[in-house]
Write a protein that binds this ligand. Structure first.
Ligand code: SF4
Length: 237
């Protein structure tokens, strides 16, 4: 699997290859079980039920790093943050920021396109309870590392959605940029900002989960602030 990720020549190749990954037995069983049983509201739909690739152009200056696909969102539609409440909040914010051509993301063929932005997850398969194990995170890391490597020429800013994504960034520094991560590791928080030498700026943002957005812990205004900052740092108009 590591070798297959490393061999991916471009994003299209990587997206195709990751969709065929079966490296984590627990997650493979779960994604397929969810796709078979389905949620009642989606009973008439064919679930994707496989790893979910990244989304966005190869010359992205901003990357948004999430945790993992949602069982009935990305795992159903085959597109990251698509068809769930988290995506509703995220894409509305990206549209307000001028980084998405439309404010909604409901299916893989709904015409959504991103500008200057690539979205991907630290773990590419939907995990039970949205909680991948450390071993699953490490097994999936080569896909993330190769994806960052492929957009490295233009990438300037990474927005980490939540503490899991924030923590997943440090190995990227070593694997992709050949740099030792800072010690101690900077602490995740909403609005946290870490800068290194010749590496993308790292911004922390609370995850767009319903738990955060329904309770008001993360508001649309807070997301707007993060993406305004990300655009400034990345030099995106
Ligand atoms: S989580 Fe990642 S490594 Fe594990 S099966 Fe899915 S794509 Fe493969």
């Amino acid at each position: 699997m590591v070798a297959r990720a490393a061999r991916a020549a471009d994003l299209a190749d990587l997206d195709g290859a990751v969709s065929d990954c079966f490296a984590c037995p627990r997650l493979v069983a779960w994604r397929e079980e969810v796709a078979r049983v389905k949620r009642a509201a989606f009973r008439d739909q064919d679930y994707w039920g496989r790893p979910v690739p990244g989304l966005g152009p190869a010359d992205a200056r901003i990357a948004i790093l999430g945790l993992a696909p949602a069982a009935h969102g990305g795992n159903r539609t085959g597109r990251i943050f698509t068809g769930d409440r988290s995506g509703d909040v995220l894409f509305a914010a990206l549209h307000r920021a001028g980084l998405a051509n439309q404010p909604t993301s409901v299916s893989a063929d709904d015409g959504l396109t991103l500008r200057d932005t690539r979205i991907f997850a630290a773990v590419r398969c939907a995990p039970p309870d949205n909680k991948p194990t450390p071993a699953e995170r490490d097994t999936c890391a080569p896909w993330l590392h190769r994806e960052v490597e492929l957009i490295r020429p233009t990438l300037r800013v990474v927005v980490a959605l939540g503490a899991f994504a924030w923590a997943a960034w440090w190995p990227v520094l070593r694997q992709v940029y050949g740099q030792r991560p800072p010690t101690p590791r900077p602490v995740f928080g909403h609005g946290a900002h870490w800068s290194g030498e010749s590496v993308p700026e790292l911004l922390g943002c609370y995850h767009v989960s319903q738990q955060n957005t329904f309770t008001g812990r993360l508001t649309p205004a807070m997301l707007d602030d993060v993406f305004t900052r990300a655009k400034d740092l990345a030099g995106v108009d």
